[in-house]
Design a protein around this ligand. Structure first.
Ligand SMILES: [Zn+2]
Ligand SMILES: [Zn+2]
Length: 282
């Protein structure tokens, strides 16, 4: 039975592998289709496309858009996948460019605060780790590990740059509703990523009323019980089911491409939705 992985990162965001390499890995894993879903950037697709075509892998253009909201315990990150995106939708690309500018500004500020705390890291090191990708907190965490200030990226978040850390700089998150709207305007299918991190079914219900189309029922961090729960929720709310590994390469061990495979018929359901909802004229 053909399978797909609809959640894969490359080094264009916080993954460690090149677009070419993730295509090879997907082929080695025996997948029929893969979506590259880097954080707030879609540039890996065009690099990967010729390799995918040569190997007979169906490559789906996508991204994982950062959104968020203010909860009782501070900022809550909400990740909205956009699948089957129109890569040439100028207003959406403009929005991503602005988001990257804000990320860069925020990263500068974070490094300043860490330096004020006596942690001697530089912004250049952070950008070097980020490579051509959208710079963010994971890259700052990596530099703190390299310097030996913390043992793991997790510890960097817990002690310094997490939402309650002394070097935390609040972002200006896009509202989830706004991410849903922007993704749909760019021809994409908005899917709530790893709903287990949101832990709030009432919110998912609200977003479903506001245009959310899919739910990432299958994910490498979802146990069989969690998968079952979200399967039922997706059915109840009329959401399409998707899934993926959330592969990041060596920066997240034990999560290979294809580790949360979904049957290809779910991809077909996404395509049917897309065919019935053509990109609105802008
Ligand atoms: Zn995510
Ligand atoms: Zn992800």
């Amino acid at each position: 039975m053909p399978t797909a992985d609809l959640h894969v990162h490359t080094r264009y965001s916080d993954g460690t592998e090149t677009p070419q390499r993730v295509v090879e890995m997907a082929v080695e894993a025996g997948l029929s289709a893969m979506a590259i879903t880097d954080h707030d950037i879609m540039d890996a697709y065009e690099q990967a496309a010729p390799f995918a075509a040569a190997q007979g892998l169906e490559l789906i253009p996508g991204l994982e858009m950062s959104a968020g909201l203010l909860g009782p315990n501070g900022e809550v990150d909400v990740h909205m996948l956009g699948l089957f995106m129109d890569l040439h939708h100028a207003p959406f690309q403009q929005r991503l460019a602005e988001q990257r500018t804000r990320r860069i500004r925020r990263t500068h500020e974070m490094v300043e605060r860490l330096r004020a705390l006596g942690l001697n890291i530089s912004i250049e090191e952070v950008f070097a780790v980020a490579g051509e990708g959208a710079v963010g907190r994971p890259h700052v965490a990596q530099v703190l590990v390299t310097h030996g200030y913390v043992a793991t990226p997790r510890e960097a978040f817990d002690r310094y740059i997490g939402n309650n850390g002394p070097a935390y700089v609040p972002g200006t998150p896009t509202a989830p509703q706004e991410a849903i709207r922007a993704i749909r305007e760019a021809g994409g299918i908005p899917v709530l990523a790893h709903p287990i991190y949101v832990k709030n079914d009432a919110l998912i219900e609200q977003w479903a009323r506001e245009g959310l189309v899919g739910l990432e029922v299958y994910h490498s961090s979802h146990t069989p019980e969690v998968v079952n729960r979200y399967k039922k929720l997706a059915d109840r709310l009329g959401l399409l089911k998707t899934g993926g590994s959330d592969f990041h390469g060596t920066s997240r061990e034990g999560v290979p491409i294809g580790s949360a495979p979904i049957p290809y018929e779910l991809v077909e359901a996404l395509k049917a939705w897309k065919a019935a909802h053509p990109t609105p004229a802008s």
